[in-house]
Design a protein. Structure first.
Length: 308
């Protein structure tokens, strides 16, 4: 019977000293997460208190689960929750596969100049703010925009994205695709570089064509990375970028555009009801943790490695 390894604090300290340069390099990231992600957790108390800014966290009166009860009793909350789920479901179906497909296509390109040019072009939109993207959308799809002007010249009906609620969700998904599909290929391309090229050489000797190589070598080799990205994506199933939705909202599309972030901002922050806004945010976070745990468990049941 094997004896468990003896814990020696001196060996641990010696081992850490050997990697002191790496630890120092990681120190700024640790400090960042501690200051901006761990210390603010103290603010979650607001969700259980009648928070008064001049009284502070500790002096404000406890209200228990009052805000969560109100949250679940609000009829508008269920519409907001449905909007968040529907938009993210569309993103999961239409956006999630595209970075994988784009990375596979770029991986087949032999011209490095063409490959790098395409990568640069599809990466650039990621660095644009949502305000700029809204401006571009307005220039294209407003009543007097470029596309609608051309459609009228062809005697076709204009596409009034800002006036038709049914067009709001598809436009949000298209904006996400245009802005972030190139950025999403980075992880997949990194995973593709780790595939042993001898596997492709052996497949070519056996007579496999390019599609068969992708099907039997490339996709199985990056399946673990794809599943991890899917787990993380499911964790954000209720979370949508506030800026993107907020700049695209107007009174005509509130019914389909109001999501948890904008609902929290409008009913909580603008009305100085900070406790209620924090309760909405905490509901999102707890749900995200639950979804990640369930997705990770399902992936492990399938025989794959999860994120822990």
């Amino acid at each position: 019977m094997k004896t468990p390894p003896r814990f020696d604090i001196r060996d641990r300290i010696l081992n850490l000293s050997k990697h002191k340069i790496l630890l120092l390099m990681a120190l700024p990231g640790v400090i960042y997460f501690f200051i901006f992600h761990y210390i603010p957790l103290w603010g979650l108390l607001i969700a259980f208190k009648d928070y008064k800014p001049f009284m502070g966290f500790t002096a404000s009166n406890w209200v228990g689960l009052q805000y969560f009860q109100r949250l679940l009793q609000e009829p508008v909350f269920w519409n907001v929750l449905a909007n968040s789920l529907i938009i993210n479901f569309y993103n999961l179906i239409f956006f999630f596969p595209l970075p994988i497909i784009l990375a596979l296509l770029l991986n087949e390109v032999r011209s490095q100049l063409f490959k790098r040019t395409v990568q640069t072009v599809v990466y650039l939109p990621h660095f644009m703010s949502w305000v700029i993207i809204y401006g571009l959308t307005f220039l294209l799809f407003s009543n007097q925009g470029l596309i609608n002007t051309q459609l009228r010249e062809w005697n076709l009906s204009p596409v009034l994205v800002f006036l038709e609620p049914n067009l709001f969700r598809p436009m949000i998904v298209l904006q996400d695709i245009w802005r972030d599909v190139g950025w999403g290929t980075i992880v997949i391309l990194a995973a593709l570089t780790g595939i042993n090229p001898e596997l492709y050489e052996a497949a070519m000797i056996d007579g496999a064509n390019r599609w068969q190589q992708v099907r039997y070598i490339t996709l199985p080799s990056i399946k673990g990375v794809i599943l991890i990205l899917l787990i993380l994506r499911l964790g954000n199933l209720l979370r949508i970028g506030f800026e993107q939705i907020y700049v695209m909202q107007n009174p005509l599309n509130y019914g389909v555009s109001d999501v948890l972030e904008t609902y929290s901002f409008r009913t909580g922050i603008l009305n100085a009801n900070f406790g209620y806004a924090t309760a909405v945010g905490l509901f999102q976070s707890v749900t995200a943790i639950f979804l990640i745990v369930v997705a990770n468990w399902l992936v492990k049941k399938m025989g794959e490695e999860g994120i822990w």
